[in-house]
Ligand binder design. Structure first.
Ligand SMILES: C[S@@+](CC[C@H](N)C(=O)[O-])C[C@H]1O[C@@H](n2cnc3c(N)ncnc32)[C@H](O)[C@@H]1O
Length: 240
């Protein structure tokens, strides 16, 4: 193990008893640009959503009751910003743990004058559990989540049976979970886990992968996958 190895992710001297919950991310030190620092100071009051007080009133967060999309792990926010700009009649909430990425998203939102976008900077699993009301979302996007390719790290993949059940419970009936990955073994895992979720049904009539939705903007991680010669697998599941 190295200091960077997430298997060392524990609290220290008390061993297993105080081991942290398994998380799907390792917070990177990633340096913030001056502009991103400014975004955190000046734009967080406009675009940021503080959590910790239990369930959010999403209509109050956006100041209206419109169709709502949640993106989990938005990275630097490319897809969320493009979607929010293309659909001003809908509302977009993003959750990301990487602070420079949240700063980047806020800068783009300001440039484009977006009023229908908000961000939360925290573990999405905790946010879904504690802050997002049941049946409150029309769409959940999970694009290019960390694939955790090593076998001993598979437990860190965000897509797990408990996760798909949790996401499904936050979707309204008929709402859609869309996922994409450039890592075939993770695509197979996603298909297996989502297909086994009793409250989700595969929107692809053949029970396999979905066509690439026209609505999905190309992101940095997708471009990286393309450069590496990876394929891309899309999945779409509706809440039953
Ligand atoms: C491989 S990147 C993909 C980013 C973006 N979706 C894209 O396509 O460019 C995965 C992102 O998910 C974030 N992430 C992973 N687990 C998360 C969690 N539990 N809650 C919030 N963000 C998470 C990471 O910080 C990282 O930015």
């Amino acid at each position: 193990m190295t200091p960077d190895d997430p298997d060392t992710d524990h609290t220290g001297s008390h061993g297993d008893a105080r081991r942290r919950a398994i998380r799907s991310f390792v917070v990177r030190a990633g340096r913030m640009t001056v502009a991103q620092e400014r975004a955190w100071t000046e734009l967080w009051p406009r675009y940021g959503v503080e959590t910790g007080g239990g369930l959010l009133d999403l209509a109050a967060v956006f100041g209206r009751d419109a169709r709502r999309t949640l993106e989990i792990g938005f990275g630097n926010g490319e897809s969320l910003v493009a979607l929010a700009a293309a659909h001003p009649g809908r509302d977009y909430l993003g959750i990301e743990v990487h602070r420079p990425g949240v700063g980047h998203l806020m800068l783009r939102a300001e440039e484009l004058g977006l009023a229908n976008l908000r961000a939360i900077c925290r573990d999405a699993v905790e946010v879904l559990q504690q802050c997002i009301p049941a049946g409150s979302l029309d769409e959940v996007l999970l694009y290019f989540p960390d694939p955790w390719p090593k076998k001993r790290h598979h437990k860190r993949r965000i897509v797990q049976p408990a996760f798909t059940t949790l996401v499904a419970s936050r979707l309204r009936p008929g709402g859609v979970l869309r996922m994409a990955t450039d890592w075939q073994p993770y695509a197979e895992h996603m298909l297996e886990v989502a297909s086994a979720c009793e409250s989700l049904s595969n929107a692809s009539p053949d029970g396999g992968y979905a066509p690439r939705p026209d609505s999905r903007p190309v992101t940095r991680f997708e471009r990286r996958g393309q450069r590496l010669g990876h394929g891309v697998w899309d999945l779409a599941f509706s809440r039953t």
